[in-house]
Design a protein around this ligand. Structure first.
Ligand code: FAQ
Length: 307
């Protein structure tokens, strides 16, 4: 590696100048970005499945239309992110194969089942809410195509979060059964949403380098804390109780203290043993197989017109 090139690269980072695809970058920077961005793309694509599960059962035409638009947006986010990852020289076929064969990670939260309609509220409110908290920070990431994708994605995620919160609001103000469903959904999605931010900073092997290179701009724990502080008043507004006996305001730190995540559960889900991991991969491999003829036809068409 040329010292001069590395120095130039580091100077750009220091000056908050973003790195473009044709700029020189260290191999580790490129590899780390391909890893993180492709995992992010996979999360968007697998993230379509828990909500896709409810499209045929949405309680009204209006809800069905909103949910379809949201799930379609997630597909779009996955595509922007695969495109952005390709600017680093990655091949999309390889990335998809890594997902389908279980080699690549994706957000653990999508390995939990969506068992009631209230889950559509909780996923939008909490899962999209957590995703935005992380992605707003990533708008300032040092890699320009990723940063640009984040700006666009965050706009759509804000709408997703609002629609989820609105479902929770309607259900919390509805019948006793609806309120119970809303509370049950919060009980089941709270901890998986907190896990989205990743391990504690002290146990996050990727963080130091990613922060140094400004790929990540804030730490896992900083973002998780901000998310908790943002959501607690929202739960109060809904009249719902966050399922954490240790949750309390800490005047001194100006934020909430909260209980410990079950890290055994986190690592078990991340390593492929969550409630829906196998089902999710099966759905993805089947979709890939069923779409093969479309890709082949598109490739044949492109080849014919290129010659
Ligand atoms: N799930 O050292 P760290 C969405 C892995 S988008 C699974 O802390 P890092 C939209 C991590 O990859 C949600 N794996 O790693 C939507 C690493 O594995 P590796 C996705 C996890 O990268 C909403 C290892 O553990 N968002 O939801 C998780 O510095 C609704 C060590 O961890 C992004 O991907 C986890 N929760 O920090 C769609 C944002 N946490 O590669 C549909 C971009 C950690 O060493 C419906 N990514 N791991 O084998 C990031 O910000 C970071 O990658 C973190 C992890 C914060 C996720």
């Amino acid at each position: 590696m040329s010292d001069k090139k590395l120095e130039e690269f580091e100077n750009k980072l220091k000056a908050d100048i973003k790195i473009e695809p044709r700029d020189w970058m260290p191999d580790d920077y490129r590899k780390n970005l391909i890893r993180m961005m492709s995992q992010h793309a996979h999360s968007e694509i697998v993230g379509m499945l828990p909500e896709g599960n409810w499209i045929t059962r949405a309680p009204s035409l209006k809800r069905k239309k909103i949910l379809m638009a949201k799930v379609q947006d997630e597909a779009g986010h996955g595509l922007y992110l695969y495109c952005a990852t390709e600017t680093l020289g990655a091949d999309r076929k390889d990335l998809i194969e890594q997902l389908n064969t279980g080699k690549a990670k994706y957000a653990s939260v999508f390995n939990y089942p969506t068992t009631t309609w209230a889950d559509m509220g909780a996923v939008g409110w909490l899962v999209d809410g957590a995703a935005i908290m992380n992605q707003v920070s990533l708008q300032r990431t040092s890699y320009a195509p990723y940063s640009r994708a984040m700006v666009r994605i965050c706009k759509e995620e804000s709408f997703h979060q609002r629609q989820g919160f609105e479902i929770m609001e309607v259900m919390s103000n509805g019948t006793k059964e609806q309120r119970e469903m809303a509370q049950d959904a919060l009980d089941r999605w709270w901890w998986p949403a907190l896990m989205m931010f990743g391990p504690h900073d002290a146990n996050s092997p990727r963080s130091a380098k990613s922060l140094l290179w400004k790929i990540k701009r804030e730490t896992n724990d900083e973002l998780r804390q901000r998310f908790v502080d943002r959501v607690v008043p929202q739960a109060d507004f809904l009249g719902l109780k966050i399922p954490d006996p240790d949750l309390k305001w800490n005047e001194k730190k100006g934020g909430h203290d909260f209980g410990e995540i079950d890290w055994d559960e986190f690592y078990s889900v991340v390593n492929g043993n969550g409630p829906c991991n196998r089902e999710r991969l099966k759905a993805r491999t089947e979709a890939d197989e069923n779409g093969r003829w479309v890709r082949e036809a598109a490739e044949a068409y492109a080849a014919k017109h290129a010659s």
